[in-house]
Design a protein around this ligand. Structure first.
Ligand SMILES: [Zn+2]
Length: 148
């Protein structure tokens, strides 16, 4: 789900019921629909991903932050990134873990929704490539299928 400052909510995911509710107006915006459905699908992937892979993803994000990376690949991750403190990173706080999850889902939407550009894709290319490389490794590890 993408509730955040200044954000419009277009979807609500209920993982336990395996139900995704989408705003009807998305029918008129197929590219945005694809991006949102992909993002929400990857929330289910994240749940099943397991802690080792989640920690590896967090290591990617920590490397970006250490390199001073700004921007994100979706507003859902971006506004959370703006709230992260050193203490959050160090303690792996709930705020940090939510950021990591949203960043994972926004990155997946960037990679798999088939939308080459979007105003919310603000992360610099070199960091996009690093994330893409990480996802390619995950794909190989999972046999090319993101099961949920
Ligand atoms: Zn989300």
């Amino acid at each position: 789900m993408d509730r955040g400052p200044g954000d419009q909510v277009h979807a609500a995911l209920f993982p336990r019921r395996r139900e995704l509710v989408l705003e009807a107006s998305l029918r008129r915006r197929p590219a945005e629909l694809a991006r949102i459905v992909t993002h929400e699908y990857f929330h289910l992937v994240w749940i099943r991903l397991g802690n080792p892979a989640r920690r590896q993803w967090e290591a990617v994000l920590l490397g970006e932050l250490a390199a001073g990376a700004r921007g994100e690949l979706g507003w859902s991750a971006e506004w959370r990134k703006g709230l992260i403190t050193l203490a959050d990173r160090t303690a792996r706080s709930r705020r940090w873990r939510l950021y990591a999850c949203e960043s994972f889902c926004d990155t997946a939407a960037f990679l798999y929704a088939g939308i080459p550009e979007h105003e919310e894709f603000t992360l610099r290319p070199r960091f996009r490539f690093a994330r893409q490389s990480w996802f390619r490794t995950l794909e190989r590890h999972l046999g090319g299928v993101f099961r949920v």
